[in-house]
Design a protein around this ligand. Sequence first.
Ligand code: ADP
Length: 160
Amino acid sequence: MQRIVYPGSFDPPTYGHLNIIQRASRLFDMLEIVIADNKRKKYFFTADERFEMITEMVAGLHNVQVNLWNGLIVDFVSNVGARVILRGVRALSDFEYEFELSLINKGLNPQIETIFMPTDKKYFVLRSSAIKELAMFNGDVSSMVPPVVVRALKAKLNGS
Ligand code: ADP
């Protein structure tokens, strides 16, 4: 069984992430989403909130699983018996960062490969950080994130 692992912060998850998940889930038998919960990193949404949002977003995809992880991604990958990490790339600036990250992971575990999937052109400018800023200024983000995330952003920004 070909299993692929898609790690990220997903803070919050966007239609860009979902597009990568949908496309990759058609190519592999099983896709494991791994939500990073790095204790030293400051997130806007808690790990549980990010978990709930993504779980709702992928509810119709039967070969997709959602996980939380606070360790090295290569350790998660080998724990589940996978050998491939998936990362999405938008612009050239993404590529530089992703390329370095892939070399680091390769150094940590040479058995594990990283593959890159280019964004769909519709989602080229979607970035979680920009979406949070837009939402803070009451901008309409409904074309960028699913309704569950729109609701969560509103609730968070209203302090509820
Ligand atoms: P991280 O903090 O690990 O970069 P992100 O949630 O920002 O986590 O991104 C997770 C992965 O999804 C990264 O590989 C990122 O490049 C990719 N990604 C984010 N937004 C998009 C998008 N709009 N289109 C394609 N890939 C994306």
